[in-house]
Each structure stands twice: as C-alpha cells, then as structure tokens.
Design a protein around this ligand. Structure first.
Ligand SMILES: Cc1cc2nc3c(=O)[nH]c(=O)nc-3n(C[C@H](O)[C@H](O)[C@H](O)COP(=O)(O)O)c2cc1C
Length: 352
C-alpha cells in the first residue's frame, strides 16, 4: 500500500478511519489509527453531551469537548488527525471554526452538503476541507459552489456508498440498486475530480462496506487514492465505545444488519435490537430536547432522541439505544488491537 497526499499532507497508508458518533471514534481510536499511518478521525457529534464541563452549556461544552479530544489525541500521536463534522449539526459552524483555530489537519463533513465550508478559512489556515458525498452530482455541486463563491476546491472527496453504517445519503429503493453501488458511483466521482486536474489534484476516497485488504486493493485499482473504513475499527481495544457496544458487532449475524428511519430524516444502518424493534412497533421514549442538536431533527414528533440513544449505546446501555454499523460489520469475530487490524489488512492486500 502506498502513501497518498491530501494537499501537502502525506499520509503513509491509504486508509482513513471514518468518523463515528456518538462517542465511538474519539481521541483513543483516532490516535491509534494515526499511529499506524492512517488518518485517525474524531467524531465531534455530541461532544457537548460527552464532555459536560459547565452543566447545561451545550454549545460551550461542545467546543471545549472537541478541544479536549484534540488535546488528548495530540498527546498520543504525531500522526494525522481529522475531525468528522455532520453538516446537520446545529453547531456545525462552531465545530468548523474550532477545528480551524486548532489547526486540525483535515475536516471531513458529511450528513448534508457543506456548501459554505470554505467561508470559515482564515488567511493562515492549514486545515484541509473534505466533503463526504454519495453521488457524482453532489460532488459536482460542491465543486461548483466552492469554486464560484470562494475560489476553492475540495482538498479531497470522500464518496460513501450504500453499504456504510450510520446515516446514509440514499433513499430506500436506491440501497440495493446496482445503479447506486459504490463500484458504480466511484468512477463517476473520479470523473468529476479528474475534470479539475489542471487546477487542483483532488484525491477521491471510497467508503462503505470495505472490510478486507482485498476490498482495499479493488478500490485502489479503480483509481481512488484511499479508502475510508469504520466498522472494522469498532471491534478494537482502542475504540472509544464500551465493550458491550463492541460485542454487539461480534454477536451480530448478517441478517441482523438492518435499515432504520432516523428521527433526523435520513435512513441509517444499524444492528437489530429490541430497542430498534420496539421503536418500529410504535414505542415512544419520553424525551426532553433542550439543545436541538440536529437541524433536521423533527424533535417534537420524533419517537426518541437519537443523540441520547447513540450515546447510551456507546456507553453500553443497549436497552436504551442501538449500534449503528456498516453492512459488513457482522464479519467481526473478536476484539483486536488497531495494529492487528492494520497488519491483517496489509497481509490480505499483499495476498490479493
Ligand atoms: C457506529 C458508526 C457511527 C457513525 N457515525 C458517523 C458520523 O457521526 N458522521 C459521519 O459522517 N459518518 C458516520 N458513520 C459512517 C462512517 O464514518 C463511514 O463512512 C462508513 O460507516 C464506512 O463504512 P464501513 O463502516 O462499512 O467501513 C458512522 C458509522 C458507524 C458504523
């Protein structure tokens, strides 16, 4: 596996660990991945719930919590650290500004189109801006808007296919359609990136269901610069979620991987559980919503608070939450170290 560049940043291995909220990829996992030569990514979703320095001050705690995760990550690694920011977060702007001020290497922004992201850059900014999209159309739209309004092009593009975990950028009928398979959309997104080659080299990173070294080789041979992998890193010692959360992956079977309707108005992929089934059959979990943390959340009618459900699951309370997971997450067999995962991927890549 060869190194690749995002702008002037050289990344030793073509593996980006996808951001996982809430509380699944924090400083521990991100630093371990960065130490192995990949990009380690902290998810800042819910950082104001995880870090409650000043009770009730969700916005302040979110900023402080992100700074705290970055500080811990920097203590553990000199490698490349990114932050995943959901565009749908109500405090998206705060999170982007904090990352830029903290000189985070790379921001990955998904779950919505980050159309105004370059507006936050300062003349001395070094942070690279990478949108996460699920179609060539969205890639083109972002390039047009960024170029037209800010004379800036993305520093890389992540293309996430329908086998990803968490919130998905696809409609129900698209999920199984060959027209929307990652193998189909990657060449289309590569074409968009390629059309700017005289102005800027925009590396494309493919993610969603990539689980083995053989998968990595397949997508690199299609022309992507790197892959984004998430589920495979959940079942590591360094992953920031609880052991109970990790064990849901190890115990899951293929038929347990399912699609849910998230209160934020998107589909999501998760591991089936009693909570998921109860919600489907009409269970409503009493909630208060003091923070309105997600712009698109129908918090009045939502049957439960997704932030609380995800955080409770990450902390090990799977009766009151559930685990997001990619389509191949059921392949997990045991908890290993991040180094063991990298060694296995390298060996499979070489053998493929
Ligand atoms: C537990 C979990 C949480 C996730 N949370 C986020 C998130 O907060 N923001 C985001 O952009 N993507 C999120 N994702 C999507 C991943 O970053 C990634 O793109 C995708 O899952 C890759 O597919 P894989 O899990 O099959 O490797 C999440 C995925 C998982 C499994």
């Amino acid at each position: 596996m060869k190194s690749f560049f995002i702008g002037d940043i050289e990344i030793k291995l073509p593996i980006v660990q996808g951001g996982m909220g809430i509380g699944v990829s924090l400083a521990g996992l991100a630093a371990a991945v960065a130490n192995e030569g990949g990009v380690g990514v902290i998810s800042c979703a819910g950082s104001g719930l995880i870090h409650q320095k000043v009770p009730g001050d969700f916005l302040g705690n979110s900023i402080w919590g992100l700074q705290e995760e970055l500080r811990v990550a920097r203590e553990k690694t000199k490698g490349i650290i990114g932050v995943n920011i959901m565009v749908a977060l109500s405090n998206f702007a705060d999170m982007v500004r904090t990352c830029i001020a903290e000189k985070v290497d790379i921001i990955f922004a998904g779950a919505g189109l980050p159309l105004d992201m370059p507006s936050y850059l300062q003349p001395d900014s070094t942070t690279k801006l990478v949108p996460i999209i699920s179609s060539a159309r969205a890639a083109q739209l972002i390039c047009n808007k960024w170029k037209g309004h800010y004379n800036y092009l993305p520093d890389a593009i992540v293309v996430e296919g329908p086998k990803a975990g968490g919130h998905l950028g696809f409609k129900s009928e698209e999920l199984e359609s060959p027209d929307f398979a990652l193998e189909k959309i990657v060449p289309e997104v590569l074409k968009v990136a390629e059309s700017y080659k005289d102005e800027k080299k925009i590396p494309v990173i493919a993610g969603g269901g990539i689980y083995t070294g053989k998968d990595i080789r397949k997508f690199l041979e299609m022309g992507v610069a790197a892959v984004q992998m998430s589920s495979i890193f959940v079942t590591t010692e360094e992953c920031d979620a609880s052991d109970d959360f990790k064990n849901t992956y190890i115990n899951a079977k293929k038929e347990d991987m399912r699609i849910i309707h998230s209160p934020v108005g998107m589909l999501g992929r998760a591991i089936d559980s009693k909570f998921v089934q109860d919600v489907e059959s009409g269970l409503k979990v009493p909630k208060v919503c003091p923070h309105h943390c997600i712009k698109t959340c129908d918090y009045i009618n939502a049957p439960y608070c997704i932030s609380q459900a995800l955080l409770q699951a990450a902390h090990g309370d799977l009766r009151r939450g559930f685990a997001f997971a990619g389509a191949n997450a059921y392949l997990a067999e045991k908890i290993s170290t991040v180094k063991e995962v990298f060694d296995k991927l390298k060996a499979e890549f070489a053998a493929a």
